[in-house]
Design a protein. Structure first.
Length: 253
């Protein structure tokens, strides 16, 4: 697993695609940060009137919008990170070598998945610079910052599991990225139907399986067991399906 992990990392860091994606991610995150800070600047006089609850107001109008925007950005970035994990192996014909190596499919999958997750964490680490800049201007709630990053990593891990699954189905990276984005959007918009569902039990179910709705409590500084378990189970479910896909390919020869 370590060999696969470091091999995938070396491919990521030696590819210009990673630096392009990381640069785009950093630029767009910076734009979100600039807009949020500009909005706070315009409302500074109004915030001063509510000094006793200044921390709460700051979380609502500054931290939460920034991390909410970054979470939406992850929805579109992770499919690009995951698209090559198995699709590239199939396109180059090297996936057959993986099946002949004395390495289990589980270890190969774990190495590839952890490498993709490490890349996502590296990209999120870029945004820590924004938090440091914010601390020079105001005093952010570091508890909310920490819980928001935990939520982003968990949601990114769940989306990455979808991406690995999609990449195992095709040898075309563009198709893999498009399929991943389509699946993520399905799990995103399905929560919208919860409000219009006449059945309360169905409404609650739709709300629970929405991949984005579980971010709300993380952005408020709350780390609940329900949200953590959802993202972990979501990731394990699609990773297990990916293993079944790989097993079926082995049986088909």
């Amino acid at each position: 697993m370590r060999s696969v992990y470091f091999k995938e990392l070396s491919i990521y860091f030696s590819s210009p695609i990673f630096y392009v994606i990381a640069g785009i991610f950093a630029c767009i995150s910076g734009i979100f940060f600039y807009n949020a800070m500009g909005y706070v600047s315009l409302l500074s006089t109004r915030i001063a009137q509510y000094q006793p609850t200044g921390a709460l107001v700051m979380n609502d109008i500054l931290l939460r919008p920034i991390f909410a925007d970054i979470s939406m950005l992850i929805v579109f970035i992770v499919p690009v990170i995951s698209m090559r994990l198995y699709a590239e192996e199939k396109a180059q014909g090297t996936i057959e070598l993986l099946f002949t190596y004395p390495v289990s499919d589980l270890k190969v999958l774990a190495g590839k998945y952890l490498a993709g997750l490490s890349i996502l964490i590296c990209m999120l680490a870029i945004t820590v610079v924004l938090m440091v800049l914010m601390s020079l201007i105001t005093t952010p709630d570091w508890g909310v910052v920490l819980s928001s990053y935990i939520g982003l990593v968990l949601m990114g891990a769940a989306i990455l599991s979808l991406g690995v699954f999609a990449s195992s189905l095709t040898k075309n990276q563009i198709i893999a990225a498009t399929l991943t984005l389509g699946l993520v959007l399905c799990f995103w918009v399905i929560g919208w139907f919860a409000a219009t569902s006449p059945d309360s039990s169905l409404s609650g179910f739709l709300q629970e399986i929405s991949i984005v709705s579980h971010q709300a409590r993380f952005l408020k500084g709350l780390i609940t067991l329900r949200d953590v378990v959802f993202y972990l189970c979501f990731s394990l479910f699609f990773l297990s399906i990916t293993l079944r896909v790989l097993d079926s390919r082995r049986w088909r020869g």
